[in-house]
Design a binder for this molecule. Structure first.
Ligand SMILES: Nc1ncnc2c1ncn2[C@@H]1O[C@H](COP(=O)(O)OP(=O)(O)O)[C@@H](O)[C@H]1O
Ligand SMILES: [Mg+2]
Length: 224
């Protein structure tokens, strides 16, 4: 049983506003997710979803508050240990494309295993790509892929290591409804087999797969 807990995490960016020299992207927020749960954070663009997800993913140290992974304060880990957590225990799907252009699609999916210095689970990578409809594109470079295909590549890469936590930022953006269904069913299945799945999304198809939907609105998270 794994747990990710945020205590009063907040993020302020240095940016002049009408009333201050900083801008509050995420107000102090409590959040928790455990193995087996599928939670959606819904909300308009600019509400703070990606910033909150970044703090929970070990990518963005909060201005205040703390993030605990099974009682270990994430941001007190040394950077190599934090990087190993992100690579091996978290399956992170960033909002933007992070595929490496010099690698093929298949090599990109295998990257987490290479970074972890583990034997490349090539059969598994091929199977994930097949499930996501990318089998014919495996040997292509990412530049040959459409936006929706790159999204699905990111899903395959995030699932490769069977992470305890899947932290997905708009994983279905730019996908047609058939592929949205495929991706969301894959993520639901991971939650049913014990992963914790957190999705930030501004479209609503995610809600029907989620155990819980929270709403982000103007830097504040609340039950929907
Ligand atoms: N690095 C940054 N510097 C300054 N402002 C930022 C930065 N990142 C995000 N913001 C601002 O924080 C707010 C929330 O952004 P974000 O978390 O990306 O929202 P969402 O994912 O809900 O669209 C936005 O107003 C955005 O402009
Ligand atoms: Mg976002």
């Amino acid at each position: 049983m794994s747990q990710l807990i945020a205590h009063a995490v907040s993020m302020e960016f240095m940016r002049k506003t009408r009333t201050a020299n900083f801008f509050v992207a995420v107000a102090p927020t409590d959040f928790e997710i455990a193995s087996g749960q599928f939670i959606e954070i819904a909300g308009h663009s600019g509400s703070g979803k990606s910033t909150l997800l970044g703090m929970l993913s070990g990518l963005l140290p909060p201005t205040s508050g703390e993030v605990l992974l099974d009682e270990q304060n994430l941001y007190q880990l040394r950077e190599p240990d934090l990087a190993a957590v992100r690579n091996e225990r978290f399956g992170i799907i960033p909002q933007s494309n992070t595929a490496l252009q010099s690698l093929t699609v298949l090599q990109n999916v295998l990257l987490p295993a290479v970074i972890a210095k583990k034997p490349a689970p090539e059969a598994k990578a091929r199977e994930l790509l097949g499930e996501l409809g990318l089998a014919p594109l495996m040997e292509e470079k990412p530049e040959a892929l459409s936006g929706g295909e790159l999204r699905r590549l990111a899903v395959a890469r995030a699932l490769l290591m069977d992470p305890d936590f899947i932290l997905a930022d708009e994983p279905t953006a730019g996908l047609d409804s058939e592929n949205i269904g495929i991706v969301l069913r894959m993520l639901r299945q991971r939650a049913d087999s014990g992963a914790a799945v957190l999705i930030a999304a501004h479209e609503s198809q995610v809600a029907q797969y989620a155990d819980k939907v929270l709403k982000m609105d103007g830097a504040h998270l609340s039950p929907s």
